[in-house]
Design a protein around this ligand. Sequence first.
Ligand code: RIB
Length: 338
Amino acid sequence: MKVTIRDVARRAGVGVATVSRVLNGSGYVKAETRERVLAAAAELGYVPSQLARGLVGGLSGTVGLVIPDITNPFFPLITRGVEDAASEAGYTVFLCNTDNDPGLEAHDVQKLRERRVDGVIFVGTTERRESVDRLLADGIPVVVMDRQLNHADVDTVLVDNLAGARAACRHLIGLGHRRIAHAAGHRSTRTGQDRCQGYREALEEAGIAFDPACVAWGDFTYESGYRVCQVLLGLTPRPTAIFAGNDLIALGAIRAAEDAGLAVPDDLSVVGFDDIQMAALVRPGLTTVRQPAREMGRMAMTMLLQRIRGEAAGPGRRHVYQPELIVRGTTRRREPHA
Ligand code: RIB
């Protein structure tokens, strides 16, 4: 026979709510009562299931993390930060990889609602807010990460993508580059759009005319970086530098350049965005814009816990990190003849 919380309460001579308070470590219980409850639970061999334990207090002890692409090394770093803070708080994380597919994303969100998660950290594939609205309508708090939904009710954690893109392009301009192309990320994301806007602003402040042919949109993958850079490197005059929408695009760009017989950085300078581990491991090391991904994941989980526990209320809060330019070997001064 399965031992239930009621059996423990009966054995200890207390109510079910008291047993729940003792086992969840919440609320005041007299030391003597606590000991009696713990002794009763031990004698009966009572093991509370996480779900049952949480549901007594209306909580499941689980949160959802929705990400667009687990194969992008940026997202395991985010996940690690979320997981660090979640496990410290006794929470379990359900990970959903949407493969950048809005249909799969809607399906995953539905599954999380059915599982009655206590909150969701959400990195959307687009800027559409339907999924987030559904969660909020269920009373499930949401923290949006790495994207912006312009949603008044939702907490957001991200880097200043405009500033990061401007820093990357100012670096290239400072090295004498004037023909700079942008191998952009996903056009359907504000993240991709802001990085493109930052690129344009840096050109403008340096008095460099914007050439729309110098922007090619991909989808934040290595393959798209390779593909769009084949196009960009076919332009006349050929760009001497590429600002990539993220590090995977940058790595694809470098491979496309090498396959076209160009050397990086001698013939082409390349800057990425993210500073994934690989950026420091490849040779030459990738110049990039660092996002503190693990720290951002931890922050998102911390903000979510505050909402779950009722420690934060009211309109959505924004935590915006300042990105940092990391100069390595893929950028160099443009030769006067180039
Ligand atoms: O979604 C892909 C990209 O957005 C990541 O590589 C990272 O740059 C993030 O901000």
